[in-house]
Design a protein around this ligand. Structure first.
Ligand SMILES: Cc1cc2nc3c(=O)[nH]c(=O)nc-3n(C[C@H](O)[C@H](O)[C@H](O)COP(=O)(O)OP(=O)(O)OC[C@H]3O[C@@H](n4cnc5c(N)ncnc54)[C@H](O)[C@@H]3O)c2cc1C
Length: 404
């Protein structure tokens, strides 16, 4: 078997793993990374702890399960745990299957990966911004912005998407792919804060509470999430909202109206709340809500219910306004204006069209010898270790097949 010369463009999660696998399979591998170091984005993952996989992840957690299935068969979360254990990472699995290194330091993940690359003798060229890929006579020529060129039998394109461009993934990979014949779907930010239409945001900014949120389109619930919710000065955030954001943005792109419904009182029923109010008839209406919802929300929700005097006794509040108030505690709807941009997003939705990639190998169907990994492909998952798992799984396939 001929020893393959492989260039991996992008030293992020998927590029690094693809390089390790290809090198272990005897290929000569060079990583070209535009930053001064590889693995920059990994350091920012999981709030600096790197949620490197999810023990419960299956192909069904992604936007194109069928496409993902082969990569998961080849490199499942179980294989990810084993791979990182072998490199020295003791895992810590938290709620909902989220896995972190026991050190709780994302830098541990980068450290063990870099160590392995060095042990294997993978060549790493940093400050190498790739501007062009060309193929002729079965040989790829990769050109940097400083004019330097590299040649290879195979190229693995691991440049990521557009999320957090300060990490180096600025979307230039899409352009590289387009110039050699590939196409992308509509690309938009996901796992990102939402901007809301509401006069109350100034007062609610910074309020964090556990509750439930639903994404509503034409009175239908599209998605429901439970957990921490955080109001910001322009809208809403928190893990629950990040999870809804992909669907919200997909509908907004179609110029469809979507609403976020906030359920402030999660653990009590409407009847329970009505009973509480009936036992507080001699208390001011604002005080009757203390102990039920976050104090900073009370003035805004009273206004929204049409109760303009917060010290009015519960017994004096007209039943129409009282009913509205109880309704709002279980159903406070906010129109979604837009989301924050790629700077604040954790992942890119959309990417290189999956119809142009062989799901068994990650090889381009249009350009033989060209492979894709990770976020550049039109695959994304929820928050919780799913996107890195995709990076590893797709990289494993590309690394294996490019080197065979
Ligand atoms: C703040 C944040 C937190 C996250 N937390 C998690 C988490 O805890 N768990 C999880 O599963 N996912 C998380 N993600 C998502 C996850 O990090 C990505 O999906 C994953 O890193 C994608 O890997 P990748 O290899 O495709 O791309 P990237 O990791 O983005 O790597 C791409 C690399 O290519 C380089 N590059 C780009 N263009 C060029 C070029 N033209 N020439 C040379 N080099 C180039 C870039 O500099 C970069 O190093 C998070 C993302 C963000 C932004």
């Amino acid at each position: 078997m001929k020893r393959q010369n492989i260039i991996v463009i992008g030293g992020g999660a998927s590029g690094i793993l693809a390089a390790i696998i290809a090198r272990r399979n005897q290929a000569n591998v060079t990583i070209l990374e535009r930053n001064i170091k590889i693995g920059k984005k990994i350091l920012a993952t999981g709030n600096g702890r790197c949620n490197f996989t999810n023990a419960t992840a299956t192909e069904n957690d992604y936007n194109h399960p069928e496409f993902v299935s082969k990569a998961f068969q080849a490199f499942s979360p179980v294989k990810t745990f084993a791979f990182f254990e072998e490199l020295g990472i003791a895992p810590k699995v938290e709620d909902l299957g989220k896995a972190y290194p026991l050190s709780e330091q994302a830098s541990s993940i980068v450290d063990v990966l870099v160590y392995e690359l060095n042990q294997l003798g993978v060549k790493i060229v940093t400050e190498a911004y790739v501007k062009e890929i060309k193929k002729s006579n079965n040989l790829f020529t990769v050109t940097l912005d400083n004019g330097n060129t590299y040649t290879a039998d195979k190229v693995i394109l691991s440049t990521g998407g557009k999320a957090m461009p300060s990490s180096g993934s600025d979307g230039s990979g899409y352009q590289l792919a387009k110039t050699i014949g590939h196409h992308t779907t509509h690309i938009f930010p996901a796992l990102v804060k939402l901007k809301l239409e509401s006069p109350y945001l100034k007062h609610l900014d910074g309020v964090k509470f556990p509750g439930r949120v639903e994404l509503i389109h034409r009175n239908l619930v599209l998605q429901e999430e439970q957990g921490d919710i955080l109001f910001t000065k322009s809208g809403i955030s928190g893990p629950t909202i990040l999870q809804l954001s992909r669907k919200a943005n997909a509908f907004l792109a179609q110029k469809e109206e979507v609403w976020v419904k906030v359920i402030l009182v999660n653990l009590l029923t409407r009847k329970d709340v009505e009973k509480r109010l009936s036992l507080s008839l001699n208390k001011p209406i604002d005080f009757s809500l203390v102990g039920l919802i976050h104090k900073k929300i009370i003035p805004s929700i009273l206004k929204e219910a049409g109760i303009h005097n917060p010290s009015m006794l519960v017994s004096s509040v007209p039943s129409k306004e009282k009913n509205k108030l109880v309704n709002l505690l279980f159903d406070w709807k906010f129109l979604v204006k837009e989301s924050h941009g790629f700077e604040d997003a954790q992942v890119t939705a959309g990417g290189i069209q999956i119809s142009e990639i062989d799901r068994e190998t990650m090889e381009s169907k249009l350009v033989k010898g060209l492979y894709f990994t990770g976020e550049i492909i039109d695959i994304d998952g929820l928050c919780g270790g799913y996107n890195l798992q995709w990076a590893w799984s797709s990289a494993y396939l590309a690394g294996m097949h490019a080197s065979s």
